[in-house]
Design a protein around this ligand. Sequence first.
Ligand code: URA
Length: 241
Amino acid sequence: MERLQKVIAASGITSRRKAEELILEGKVKVNNKIVRELGTKVSANDIILVNGVMIDKNNIKKYFLLNKPRGVISSVSDDKKRNTVIDYIDTEVRIFPIGRLDYDTTGLIILTNDGTLANIITHPKNNVSKTYIAKIEGILNKNDIEKLKTGLVIDGKKVVVKNFKVKNINREKQTSLIEITINEGRNHIVKKIFAKLGYSVIRLTRTKIDFLELCKLKSGEYRELSIKEVKKLYSLKTNIK
Ligand code: URA
C-alpha cells in the first residue's frame, strides 16, 4: 500500500505537490469514488482516475537501493533456484538490477523498472563512478601502485582507476584492504584488475555508486531512492556524443 499522492506523482503525470492539490480539489477518484484525504493508501489493484484519466500503473517508476548480501544472484531469476536480489524487495512492480555484482560480492545495487535510468548509469560515456572496498591476498608494491595510477589494460581495453587508497595492511596475515573507484561496469572488473597485478580478491564490497552511499543500510536491507536522488542520477547523463 502506498500513499495516493505518491502513486500519482510516481506515474509521471505531475509532481507530488500538484497531486496533493488535485486530491484536495476533488479531482482524484479511487475505484470510482472521489477521495480528498491526503493520507489515503492505495494498492496495485485500485483504479485511480486523475481528472477522469486513468493512471497507467506500468508507467510508475520505482527505484530501490539494496545492500546485496553475499551468495545472492544479481538477476531477476535463477535457474538453479538461488536467491536473487529481487527476492529482497517488497514490491508489486517488475524491477531489475542495474548492472551486476558477483554472487560473492556484497554492497550497493540499484533496482528499478526504469530502463532509461539503467542506460544512463551503465553507459560508459556517462562515467558514473563506483567505489569498492577489496580485501586482497598480499600487499601492493610500488610497481603495482604505479600501474594502478597509470591504468591497466584488461581484456584488450584500458581501465582507468579514478582513485584508490590502501586503507589497511595486515602484515601478519599478508592481506590488504584497498578502496578503489572506477567508472566502468565490466563484469568482474575489480577482480580482474587485482588478478592482473597478481593478487586475488578475498572479499569485495561496493560502497558507493557515484553520490549514493551504503550509510545505514545493513546487509539485505533496502530503501527507496528519493525523487531528488533520482533527478541527480538523471543529471549524470552527459551530452557528449
Ligand atoms: N568487480 C568485480 O570483480 N566484481 C563485482 O561484483 C563488481 C565489480
